[in-house]
Ligand binder design. Structure first.
Ligand SMILES: Cc1ncc(COP(=O)(O)O)c(C=O)c1O
Length: 336
């Protein structure tokens, strides 16, 4: 990837003259079966711009209550689009047409003009805070159709779309066909340093290009970054299966340590969420102790979140399991 980056052909991305960015845009549009795709420095900006294009101020956007746009983008959609986000309560981040109609009913608590107008449904594939969970094609089709029937557009935060594709055997184009706009991230499991790509109709992308400029996302010789993303598409998609296998091995090993509780016994993709409460240690203590041993895990929803990716090997998983077991047994009563 470093070599591809170093030898990238570049031009002025703001003017649409960077050949490597242009190549990546064409490739992603084709991969996702959309008319157009647009380069972005990162995924958060893709969400902001997509929501801006789909909505008018004071509109309502519906999303799962744990969606990244609600929980982890600094409230940015209310800042940039001035929309209200109606959260659907879920366990895994995946919901049904029924839950969507309940959300719509809440928005219609009182008749127009008092209630906000619902304009957009956002789904996340895979769902980060839901546990790296997967929308099946059938689940997604059902909610997308229900949303369209209510006049809503559908946007997919596909930060980890390829994890979903590898886990389910469904192509990116099949998932993409169900939504109006979507984006993919090159900096998650794909392992590139910079870059995301938003896709949709020609008209949608033309508007997105303007807002990308408004958001300060237009770049100059971005081809150096896009070259890393092309390399990632060529070399890092199929290997996501290794990350999923590593997550399963981690979950399996953790489940054997007394007092460790997993939120789901089998991770669907590359994330493992677990709680250490039953060991007498807090999650915070374990995260700190692991960091002291060179193992970095985070805390999300009051749980520990471990994410596998291309810089985590099978032997790193074994090291992590030994470290957790060791931390737990060192804390056992009577241990000096
Ligand atoms: C589901 C989801 N959406 C959006 C983002 C934001 O992406 P980026 O870090 O490229 O801005 C993330 C990042 O973790 C994410 O997990």
């Amino acid at each position: 990837m470093r070599q591809a980056i170093a030898s990238a052909e570049v031009g002025d991305e703001q003017r649409g003259e960077d050949p490597t960015v242009n190549l990546l845009q064409e490739r992603v549009a084709q991969l996702l079966g959309k008319e157009s795709a647009l380069w972005f420095p990162g995924g958060t900006m893709c969400n902001f711009v997509a929501i801006k294009v789909h909505t008018q101020p004071a509109d309502a956007v519906i999303a799962d209550g744990m969606a990244h746009i609600i929980r982890a983008e600094s409230g940015g959609v209310s800042f940039s689009s001035r929309v209200l986000v109606e959260g659907i309560p879920t366990e895994r981040g995946i919901f049904t047409p029924d839950a969507l109609s309940q959300a719509l009913a809440r928005l219609k608590t009182v008749p127009s003009p008092y209630g906000p107008v619902a304009r957009l449904l956002c789904v996340e594939q895979t769902h980060n805070f839901g546990g790296g969970t997967l929308w099946s094609l059938a689940e997604l089709k059902a909610v997308a159709e229900a949303a369209r029937a209510e006049g809503l557009a559908v946007h997919m935060d596909g930060a980890r779309l390829f994890n979903a594709c590898i886990a389910s055997g469904v192509s990116a184009a099949q998932f993409s066909a169900l939504v109006d706009s979507l984006w993919i991230d090159f900096t998650k499991g794909l392992g590139a340093p910079i870059g995301a790509m938003l896709a949709g109709s020609k008209e949608f992308i033309a508007q997105a290009r303007r807002y990308k400029h408004v958001f300060g996302g237009a770049m100059r010789q971005a081809g150096i970054a896009a070259a890393g993303c092309l390399h990632a598409l060529d070399h890092h998609v199929h290997r996501l299966a290794e990350d999923h296998a590593n997550a399963r091995r981690l979950a399996d090993g953790l489940a054997r340590i007394p007092g460790v509780r997993l939120t789901t016994p089998l991770p669907e993709t590359n994330m493992v969420f677990f709680d250490m409460g039953g060991t007498g240690l807090s999650n915070e203590q374990v995260v700190t102790a692991l960091a002291g041993r060179g193992v970095r895990v985070g805390q999300v929803r009051g749980l520990i979140r471990a994410v596998t990716h291309l810089d985590v090997s099978r032997s790193d998983i074994e090291t992590t399991l030994s470290a957790v077991a060791d931390i737990v047994s060192n804390s056992a009563p009577g241990h000096e």
